[in-house]
Design a protein. Structure first.
Length: 130
């Protein structure tokens, strides 16, 4: 289920990660922060961007991209320059890859078993909301 997000909260997250997220991803999260997408025959839950606007929003965005990325970094082979934006519930993650101070538009699946990256979309708008 998507949650509300304003630009100030989004910018706080970008400042914390030290990079700008892709515009199409940013715009999608501002409209519907969280939710799910379908990739091939698999449903992926999108991690929300942390929203500290109220106690309720802090609670319902607790599995935000910063927290999930920190958890993913404990896995062998997780890319240092990736941010986790979603999960299929089986250990694989949707990620964006950072170069310098921005994240590339491409969306990848990071496979937890072999640490491979597979491009699943050239940009976030190619993903179909479930």
């Amino acid at each position: 289920m998507p949650f509300p997000l304003n630009n100030d909260e989004l910018e706080k997250t970008e400042n914390e990660i030290g990079a700008k997220l892709p515009d199409l991803y940013r715009n999608a999260m501002l409209r519907d922060n969280g939710g799910s997408v379908k990739i091939q025959d698999d449903d992926w839950e999108l991690f929300p961007i942390r929203n500290q606007g109220s106690r309720k929003l802090v609670s319902i965005t607790a599995n935000h991209i910063l927290r999930e990325t920190a958890s993913a970094k404990e896995w062998r082979g997780y890319p240092d320059n990736a941010i986790a934006i979603g999960s299929n519930g089986s250990g694989d993650l949707l990620v964006l890859i950072k170069e310098d101070s921005i994240f590339n538009n491409q969306v990848y699946v990071w496979d937890h078993e072999d640490a491979s990256l597979t491009t699943v979309a050239n940009d976030f708008s190619e993903l179909k909301r479930a």
